[in-house]
Design a protein around this ligand. Structure first.
Ligand SMILES: Nc1ncnc2c1ncn2[C@@H]1O[C@H](COP(=O)(O)OP(=O)(O)O)[C@@H](O)[C@H]1O
Ligand SMILES: [Mg+2]
Length: 241
């Protein structure tokens, strides 16, 4: 589904991402874990076409995302770490706007919105201006907008930050259900709890380097062997040079 080859990013003389290789298979909920400043957002911006790589390649279903940008974006849904909404549009208007960007018919968008309102429990908020929304409701609309064109791959950067418990629960359930229905999700987070709860595979990035990439069970085993809890293991892994 997604293949990252020798990907690096330099900002001046500083190397934020260092020669990373990752493969995300169809149907996975991949947790991209790392402390603040590790290089998660930089990696995600290169995958989504917002930041050009210093070196390396990114393939989505065998297509180079930088050589076939439009085709790649049709297959991709992106939920940024600082989502943007138009204050004066209602949730429904915003979703129609996003669907229009993908050339979807009005009827198709209408039906899709009905489904998403239900799954993300947006209810009557859908027809209120987004300036009235709580953080959690804003995040749910942004998530809906990333799913509007039924992309094969969803890239999401730190989705749980600032969410109230109810929204966090709804979002986690929506992600796990989407994966069961055949979507692939690549999710960055600095929260081990979220990874442990919902992810199938984990990559840990630290100072631009991948220091772990395997199934969640393998991380669990490592934790048990070292007699740590997840938090201790994470601190230990990310402090080792
Ligand atoms: N535009 C930029 N210019 C210079 N340095 C940057 C830029 N963007 C990110 N960085 C640096 O790159 C490193 C990785 O940042 P980032 O990818 O945002 O980390 P994360 O998302 O894992 O918290 C950090 O040290 C950050 O300060
Ligand atoms: Mg980040």
């Amino acid at each position: 589904m997604l293949k990252i080859e020798n990907l690096s990013k330099n900002f001046g003389s500083f190397r934020a991402v260092n020669q990373i290789n990752l493969q995300i298979d169809k149907g996975e909920l991949y947790g991209f874990l790392g402390p603040n400043g590790a290089g998660k957002t930089t990696t995600i911006k290169m995958i989504t076409g917002l930041l050009s790589p210093t070196e390396g390649n990114i393939y989505l279903n065998g297509n180079d995302v930088w050589l076939n940008p439009i085709e790649s974006k049709m297959n991709l849904g992106y939920i940024p770490d600082q989502p943007f909404l138009y204050d004066k549009l209602t949730g429904r208007e915003f979703l129609f706007f996003c669907g229009g960007l993908y050339n979807l018919s009005k009827n198709h968008i209408r039906n899709k919105i009905d489904g998403l309102i239900d799954l993300l429990k947006i209810g009557s908020w859908i027809d209120k201006r987004t300036e009235e929304y709580s953080q959690g409701m804003k995040q749910r609309i942004v998530i809906a907008s990333a799913f509007i064109h039924d992309p094969k791959l969803i890239i999401v950067d730190e989705p749980m930050i600032g969410l109230d418990p109810q929204s966090a629960y709804i979002v986690k359930r929506f992600f796990t259900d989407s994966v069961k229905n055949g979507t692939t999700i690549f999710m960055s987070t600095h929260s081990l709890n979220v990874v442990e709860e919902i992810c199938t595979r984990v990559g840990i990035i630290n100072k631009g380097n991948i220091i772990f990439d395997d199934k969640l069970e393998v991380l669990r085993k490592l934790k048990d062997e070292k007699n740590n809890n997840f938090e201790e293991l994470f601190i230990k892994l990310t402090n080792e040079e």
